[in-house]
Structure formats: C-alpha cells, structure tokens
Design a protein around this ligand. Structure first.
Ligand code: AHM
Ligand code: MG
Length: 337
C-alpha cells in the first residue's frame, strides 16, 4: 500500500527536515485547513444549505456580499481566534483588521484572507476558493495596528489557497516549494497528492478577461494581440485561452499545467492600479507561483517587492510561466518614453 501523508504529517516532517515550520505556524496552517473543510461543506450543500444568493450587504470595496462570502469570513475568524498563534487577521470582507480578543493569548503571526474568491461564480456552481497569506508580526508590543500588516509579500511566512471544485484541493507554500493536498471526504483529512509543483517556463495558454481588451494599456494589447495572431503572427505558435473568473481556479490551472494569468490596469479608472487586491490575492498567489518556478509582476515590478500603503490596496497582476511574464514586462519596458 502506498504511504498516505496527511497535511499534519507533512508539516511535522517539513519541520524535522528543514526547520521551517515552528509550532505556531503549523497550528495556523492546520486551523486554516480545518476552516476550509467547513467552508467546503457549505459550498457543497448549495441551495440545500440555504447558502446561495446575496447577503444584502456591501463590503469595504463596495461589492455586494454573497451569503457564502459572509459565512466563510465568519468560519475563518472563529476558527483562528482562540489558538494563540495569531495577533490579528485581515480580510477582503472586513473594513479594518480584526485583533485577537484579549481573553485569548496573542501569537506571532498575522493572517490575511480572501474568504471566498470568485464570488460571481458561487450561485452558478463554478469553482471558487479561499486564498490566504501569513506574515510575521514585527516587534513584541501587545497591540496590533494596520501598519503591522503593511509588509511586502516577500516577507510572507506561508501562503496558499483551497479550491472548491470537482475536488477540494489545498495548495501550500512555506517558502520551500509548493505542495498540493486533496481532501479525502470519507476520512475528513487533506492528503498529500503532489509535491514540488513546477510551472513550465513556456506556455501556449493565457487567461485574461477579453471583454476589457479595449481599455488596456498598449503593452498588454500588444502581448494579447500577438498571442491571438497564433502561428501566422510574431510568436509563430497558436495559443489557447481559458478564463474561469475565479482567480483561485485560474491560478490552480496554471500551477498544474502552465499558463499566464493577467488582470491588468485599465483606463476606465486610471487611478485604480488594478482590480485584484495586493495583500490577500496577488501576494499569496505570487509566492506560490514563484515557489513553483514562475514569475509574478505588476508589469513593471515584482509583486512581492511592492510595499503596500493600505490594507485593501489593489494591483495590476501578470503571473505564471516565466518566459511569458518576462515578455509582458519587456513590452512594458519598451513602451516607456
Ligand atoms: P472576488 O474576490 O470579489 O471574487 O473578485 C476577484 C475575482 C477574481 O477571482 C477573478 O480573477 C476576477 O475577480 C474576475 O473578474 P471578472 O469579473 O472581470 O472576470
Ligand atoms: Mg477575490
């Protein structure tokens, strides 16, 4: 019988072999994974669990919250409050940070999450997910403020996502490669199903919302035009396109088989750097993609080098297969005056 490695066993072995996962971080990852299992149960129940549709509220970004956005946020907060591993949390669904209540011990870590990414896909039974990023709290003072969170993504201690699709899959990095775990529903545990995920350097698949094409900046228009020109164009090869509309599912596909994902700046709201949020969408995905041998950029700079100035900061995103991301960055550079 082949050896089945559970998430817990994987984390313990990683700590023994590489000393990368201190006890508080291990507890944190296990608690997040447990919360994801609870979210997966609600997602699976769908209409039978009365979890579909709007919650009748808006989040800080002015987006209508779905019931599952709110439920997932509550599940993650409740699961993570009491363990003593966290100092505070921040979420796409909360205006400001959520400190650990005083009745619980305060831990060393800060947790950020998009509790349910791909909200527009919830009610139509298309893959959605949870994205998370872990930072260390700098300094030993008891209080926590938003400033403690404003660290560049290169300081992440761990990052991952759980995709609720045909399978429930947890993908994780602690800065030592990327591992994938599949939920065994009968046993209720995440089982290691792939280690050292690697994104091929070249690809013939891109992911972008083509309906925004006319609003993009010239370097992005050039890149996609050349892909669309296929064999007869300057790239000399045909490209395929996929767009799920859940970043979690689109990034999962490129971690599995390569590809490039773009959510670029566009001219409709010139002062907005992009749609996706830096700290709990772009940074964790960038960490995973870089750990799998790919690249992540905003077109000009490495995503994980960006220093956030606010919690819900947005960014332009280009990530995935190394040679494609380099090409997009190159097109931005050569468009400079
Ligand atoms: P959400 O966090 O509110 O779900 O929004 C983020 C999502 C991403 O998952 C996805 O890549 C993008 O928005 C899809 O945008 P579009 O509606 O333009 O296709
Ligand atoms: Mg999201």
């Amino acid at each position: 019988m082949s050896r089945r490695v559970s998430l817990t066993q994987y984390l313990v072995e990683q700590e023994r072999q590489h000393g990368r996962i201190p006890a508080q971080l291990r507890l944190l990852i296990e608690v997040v994974a447990r919360a994801c299992k609870r979210i997966a149960i609600s997602v699976n129940k769908g209409a039978l669990g009365d979890v579909l549709g709007s919650a009748g509220s808006e989040n800080v970004q002015g987006e209508v919250q779905k019931k599952l956005d709110v439920i997932s946020n509550e599940v993650l907060i409740e699961a993570n409050e009491w363990g003593g591993h966290l100092a505070a949390m921040a979420s796409e669904e909360m205006d400001s940070i959520h400190g650990v209540p005083h009745r619980y011990p305060q831990g060393e870590y800060l947790l950020l999450f998009d509790p349910l990414d791909g909200s527009s896909n919830i009610d139509v039974n298309v893959s959605i997910g949870t994205i998370f990023s872990v930072l260390r709290k700098v300094g030993h003072a008891r209080g926590v403020s938003e400033e403690d969170f404003l660290q560049p993504g290169k300081h992440q201690a761990a990052a991952g996502y759980c995709v609720y699709g045909p399978q429930t899959t947890l993908v994780l990095t602690v800065g030592d490669g990327v591992a994938m775990f599949t939920l065994d529903r009968e046993q209720g545990s995440f089982v290691l199903t792939e280690e050292n995920l690697t994104i091929p350097e070249d690809t013939q698949e891109f992911a972008v919302n083509m309906s925004n094409q006319r609003h993009w900046a010239p370097p992005v228009v050039r890149y996609i035009d050349e892909c669309l020109a296929g064999k007869d164009g300057p790239r000399g090869k045909d490209f395929n396109m996929r767009w799920v509309g859940s970043m979690v599912a689109d990034v999962h596909r490129l971690l599995m088989r390569g590809g490039v994902f773009l959510y670029p700046w566009d001219q409709r709201e010139p002062d907005k750097p992009g749609k996706l949020r830096l700290m709990y969408e772009a940074n964790p995905m960038a960490f995973l993609v870089e750990q799998a041998g790919g690249l992540a950029s905003n077109g000009q700079a490495r995503i994980m080098g960006l220093v956030p100035s606010k919690l819900h900061e947005r960014t332009s995103v280009v990530l995935g297969s190394k040679n494609e991301v380099e090409r997009v960055v190159d097109y931005h550079r050569s468009a400079l005056p």
